[in-house]
Design a protein around this ligand. Structure first.
Ligand code: SF4
Length: 713
């Protein structure tokens, strides 16, 4: 069949992985729909996945992860029945009733012994909006604990905090992705979308066909940097200094838009005074970027009408991540481009529901609708929707790393529920996190596979996957889209929502977690967000389905949604954006004589985050079975390393052996490895957990290492 025919035959839904949330059309062979009763999950239909040509974000394109996602649906390693850890340390199959009873009984016993705050919840940016909402509600009402956070803290927290400080709102892209083609100059900082968000290439192609330029700031010459007109191979951890240095030159060359600064912003004078400390000679020393490259960058970015800056984890996953993002926002505001199509500032979200995941209450400091848990009026609104006394809602809890670091400690967390997150791979400073997981009294994990975190667990509860469930996701543009059921789940698994509802009953809160459908959860979520910053009050499944999704804010049923923000106003009370003076400072750990090399991490094209799913895909694992350490030929020659050698590198926390890949696409003072693998291959055994003081983002992107052993190829 042609694609339009497929669209008629199949189920339109979205890829399970990244924040692009590419539209897909799923067809089954034999064709069967859950409602028909023809497939009950005991047969193995072939799932065909094609890009949805009518979904504007990917316009029919998918990356290799998207079109192989069906390999996981009937994967032989999938957990199909609840598991309870036996005395011999092995899993034993259990009924759902026995497993849920045990989870409730153990968590209640811990709360009786140590107080309600001794249990915690760790969520995920892969959960649908409905699940994220229920998980936050479950933690606050059923467990009555403040300690809930999620792996989005590792992803978007610095960009989110900076967006809130500068614009009064946090939405990854404040415009539809198609606006990228209008940018005359596009500056991408610390992101490699050609490999992490491959369908974005079509937008970059169009932008360049229209004469647009691309500049990339990255210590590595990534696939994205290779197609740029200018690549700034910045010293790891120095992008804040670079942004301030560019603003210094913009002032010197009279490129600053004074009208825009006067009419639409506050705080310029303090920022201007601060960046005067960043003359080119000083910035060149800190960043390794020449004055001529900096001048070229700022001229290209300023002179056209439309200059656009996009940041990613490379600049955000630092102990100064919030200030780094603020420095790039200062530059965008000073050049006066923010708010016009193809102009301004945005940030590229990583996780599939990284945006929605942080809007609906699974963050330690937030309630649904991006409400803040410490503000009384915000608590009162959500408490009204939930039918409880606002005073009964817990206050702000511990952020992700702090929550994990308290496991098993005095006054810490003794019982933990993890939903959709593989913290034993994804967290920084893994030796410490593994020790903490081992010291927990009780751990329950809800997931698809017996992954690295589940290996520490007492109970493993198997859940449905993307193509087996309904719900909504909010992609990196703030577009709310529908996930639809295409295939019945295997009989032994349950939805995360069902699990939370069953557990809530055991905590005496069953009435507050009884819903007829996923849509009913969404309807309540919309009411809980009404009047908040991320306002979904005007949305419904029917409205979302009538179009290619709805953008928030959408405050009432007649509202068309808001694809573009900032045209007329920013979201602070005075309607203006705020500039913030920010200073470069060293990372939590810098190279020294003992550990003289920078180490940084990131993603491969073939894998997604902790690799729980993609490492199990035969196609993806076949293409990229193990991590490779990128090393510059000069550094390799210094240590006698040739391609194919096994190289052991050590940080102050641990040592890891990698297969060497010699490449000129990295700075000679820097090593890179992807973080998708666990066990002895885990890059996060080396990383460090210095936290940003505002966002509590750990410093994944910079550790100091040394080469300790080389084994010949
Ligand atoms: Fe699209 Fe991301 Fe899925 Fe690739 S992984 S198909 S870019 S949503």
């Amino acid at each position: 069949p042609t694609l339009p025919e497929l669209a008629n035959l199949g189920t339109r839904t979205h890829c399970p992985y990244c924040a692009f949330q590419c539209g897909t059309v799923l067809t089954l062979d034999p064709p069967a729909r859950p409602s028909s009763g023809e497939t009950d999950g005991t047969i193995t239909p072939t799932v065909r996945i094609q890009g949805d040509p009518d979904f504007p974000v990917n316009a029919g394109k998918l990356c290799i992860k998207g079109w192989t996602a069906g390999e996981l649906l009937r994967h032989p390693q999938r957990v199909l029945q609840p598991q309870i850890r036996g005395r011999d340390g092995r899993w034993q199959r259990a009924t759902w009733e026995a497993a849920l009873d045990l989870v409730a009984e153990r968590l209640q016993r811990i709360q009786q012994q140590h107080g309600t705050d001794a249990v915690g919840v760790f969520g995920s940016g892969v959960l649908t909006n409905e699940k994220a909402y229920l998980l936050g509600k479950f933690a606050r009402l059923a467990l009555n604990t403040p300690h809930i956070d999620y792996n989005g803290r590792y992803c978007m927290s610095s960009a989110a905090a900076a967006g809130n400080k500068a614009f009064g709102i946090d939405r990854g892209l404040p415009f539809p992705v198609g606006d990228l083609v209008l940018a005359e100059t596009l500056l991408i900082v610390g992101s490699n979308p050609l490999e992490t968000l491959p369908p974005m290439v079509q937008w970059l192609d169009q932008q360049q066909e229209l004469g647009g330029r691309l500049i990339v700031v990255d210590p590595r010459r990534t696939a994205t940097a290779q197609r740029a007109q200018l690549h700034l191979a910045v010293t790891p951890g120095a992008d804040l200094a670079l942004a301030n240095g560019l603003l210094y030159l913009a002032i010197e060359e009279n490129l600053v838009d004074r009208n825009f600064l006067t009419n639409r912003t506050t705080g310029w004078d303090a920022v201007r005074r601060t960046v005067l400390d960043y003359p080119p000679v000083q910035v060149e020393r800190l960043t390794g970027i020449s004055e001529s490259a900096m001048r070229q960058t700022v001229r290209w970015l300023a002179k056209p009408n439309r200059g656009l800056i996009l940041t990613g984890r490379g600049t955000e996953q630092h102990a100064k991540g919030v200030d780094s993002v603020l420095a790039w926002i200062n530059l965008a505001l000073a050049l006066g481009h923010v708010g016009e199509p193809g102009s301004g500032f945005g940030t590229l979200t990583g996780q599939g529901n990284g945006q929605g995941g942080r809007e609906h209450g699974q963050k330690a400091d937030q309630l649904p609708g991006y409400r803040l848990i410490e503000i009384d009026a915000h608590r009162e609104h959500v408490a009204r929707v939930w039918g409880v006394d606002p005073a009964s809602l817990p206050r702000k809890g511990r952020s992700a790393v702090e929550l994990l670091d308290s496991l098993g400690q005095p006054n810490g967390i003794h019982g933990l529920l993890v939903m959709g997150s593989n913290v034993a791979v994804a967290s920084p400073d893994l030796p410490r996190i593994h020790e903490r997981l081992r010291s927990l009294s009780f751990l329950a994990v809800c997931d698809l596979f017996d992954h690295e975190t589940a290996q520490f667990a007492d109970v493993l509860l198997p859940v449905t996957q993307w193509a087996e469930e309904d719900g909504t996701m909010t992609n990196f543009e703030g577009r709310v889209i529908r996930r639809r059921t295409a295939i019945a789940p295997p009989p032994g698994v349950r939805t995360d929502g069902w699990i939370l509802s069953e557990l809530a009953q055991r905590f005496g809160q069953g009435d507050r977690f009884r819903y007829d459908s996923t849509e009913a959860i969404f309807d309540e979520l919309c009411r809980a967000t009404a009047g908040g910053v991320a306002d979904y009050a005007g949305m419904s499944y029917a409205r979302i389905e009538q179009s290619a999704g709805l953008f928030w804010p959408c405050p009432h049923p007649a509202h068309p949604g808001t694809p573009r923000l900032f045209a007329d106003r920013f979201f602070h009370a005075d309607g203006k954006a705020k500039l913030h003076p920010v200073q470069h400072r060293p990372a939590g750990e810098e190279p020294d004589s003992d550990y003289p090399i920078y180490f940084t991490t990131g993603r491969d094209l073939e894998h997604y985050n902790s690799g729980t799913q993609t490492r199990r895909s035969p196609t993806l694992a076949g293409k990229k079975p193990m991590p490779r350490l990128q090393i510059h030929p000069d550094l390799a020659a210094e240590h006698g390393i040739v391609a194919g050698c096994r190289v052991t590198i050590a940080s102050r926390r641990s040592a890891v052996e990698f297969l060497a890949e010699i490449t000129r696409n990295i700075r000679p003072d820097t090593l890179f490895a992807p973080f998708h693998w666990g066990g002895r291959d885990a890059a996060n055994l080396l990383t460090q957990a210095t936290l940003d003081p505002t966002s509590r983002m750990p410093e994944f992107k910079l550790a100091a290492v040394r080469i300790v052993a080389v084994q010949p190829a």
